[in-house]
Design a protein around this ligand. Structure first.
Ligand SMILES: *Cc1c(COP(=O)(O)O)cnc(C)c1O
Length: 397
């Protein structure tokens, strides 16, 4: 494995065109801030699926664990294997669906803990495990209203009883997922919680000792302690974004990700000149424009063409013309001395301005989650600050 210094120097060589900067101090800060909301007996699962929402799964996992997270959540088996190959030993739950004996073998081999959604899946897994005389912790998922994964909550007792009876499955938790926790109207969330409570009562009524229970995503974690149970599963909040405006006052979060690119070419164009494919932008006066080395193949949505700004020398500068696969143009008329090599900020701060994933999401009519995990692997992830600096202060506090 590369040392921190080596990876820093490779990172700086890769900072020649465009990159994603990840502030691990911010991730540590966010975890500590979220942990302050939890009671001491509630665990924190750092949800690091989709390469930690674009921030880099292994480094985020290491940072999260050092800062006090106990569990890691991934969506797929390969995401879990990546953590194990990096030497991470913390418990890892696979939140996505798995159902084949091959997947089961991989999860046993790499000590990943599956989500169980159906009695059939429980039987298939139990049979494969008995053949090899192995056992595996499993997480029973109940559908309380998301209508995605999970057994109907009304069948909780029968399902949990089955899992309990099967000798090679260890019931590690019972959980559910909320569909509307980010809405200012809590009605549906409370209905889901009520169903979860009724499922718990059914399980207890069947004489089964309750395992670990969990329900909350970031939004529910920020909303209400009553939703925390034994563990919260936090994704978006770790990365410093708020799931909804009305939750901003609950906790102070710092965005961890910035997207930067370099000016690669500068030119003057005269009034009446079209810019980029389709000439959707026509200069209405003489302009100085700059090309920057980032495009939609890097994860900047093409639908932001002519609708986004970037930060340069502490100023907001407009992007002009269609965003192309690898490059886009900006209006730099106010900077006559601009040269290739200067850095522009697409997401992040520069001086008194900042542009967030929420700004892009609002323009595009989507959510910040989609913006964050949209950055492609062509953009190197560059760590800023000391990744463990968060942890010294965590140990002191
Ligand atoms: C992605 C996911 C989370 C995390 O959601 P955030 O809103 O990003 O906090 C929690 N639980 C499950 C089951 C998920 O799939």
């Amino acid at each position: 494995m590369l040392s921190w210094e080596e990876s820093q120097s490779i990172s700086s060589m890769r900072r020649d065109r465009a990159w994603v900067e990840v502030d691990f101090g911010a991730i540590g800060h966010n975890i500590r801030a979220i942990k302050h909301l939890l009671s001491p007996h509630t665990d924190l699962m750092a949800v690091i699926k989709a390469d930690a929402y674009g921030h880099g799964a292994v480094t985020v996992a290491q940072t999260a664990l050092k800062a006090g997270a106990q569990w890691l959540g991934v969506a797929t088996i390969p995401e879990g294997i990546e953590l194990r190959e990096a030497g991470i030993t913390a418990p890892v739950q696979v939140l996505g669906a798995t159902y084949t004996p091959e997947q089961l073998r991989a999860m046993v081999r790499w000590r990943l803990q599956p989500t169980l959604c159906t009695p059939k899946q429980a039987l298939v897994f139990s049979e494969s495990l008995s053949a090899a005389d192995l056992s595996l912790p499993v997480h029973v998922k109940l559908d309380t209203g998301m209508s995605r994964l999970g057994a109907p909550w009304q069948a909780a007792a029968q399902f949990v009883q089955l899992v309990h009876r099967l000798p090679h499955l260890q019931l590690a938790s019972v959980y559910s997922h909320l569909a509307t926790a980010d809405s200012p109207d809590p009605t549906m969330m409370h209905l889901q919680q009520e169903r979860f409570e009724r499922a718990i009562a059914l399980i207890q009524g069947a004489g089964i000792e309750l395992p670990r229970l969990h329900l909350a995503n970031s939004a529910a974690t920020l909303s209400d302690r009553a939703l925390h149970y034994d563990m919260v599963r936090v994704g978006l909040g770790l990365y410093g974004l708020y799931p909804a405006l009305h939750l901003r006052s609950r906790v102070d979060l710092k965005p961890a990700l910035q997207v930067k690119a370099r000016v690669t070419h500068v030119k003057d164009i005269s009034a009446g000149t079209g810019v980029s494919y389709g000439h959707r932008f026509m200069a209405d006066r003489d302009l100085r424009i700059a090309v920057i080395g980032i495009g939609y193949a890097d994860g900047v949505p093409r639908n932001l063409s002519d609708r986004m700004q970037v930060l340069l020398r502490g100023h907001k500068v407009r992007q002009i013309g269609a965003i192309t696969m690898d490059q886009m143009m900006i209006d730099v008329s106010r900077f006559p001395d601009l040269e290739p090599g200067e850095v522009v900020t697409l997401l992040g701060d520069d001086g008194k301005y900042s542009i967030s994933a929420d700004d892009w999401a609002e323009t595009l009519g989507t959510i910040s989650w989609e913006i964050l995990c949209g950055f492609k692997h062509r953009l190197p992830r560059v760590a800023v600050g000391q990744p463990w600096e968060c942890c010294e202060s965590a140990a002191q506090s």
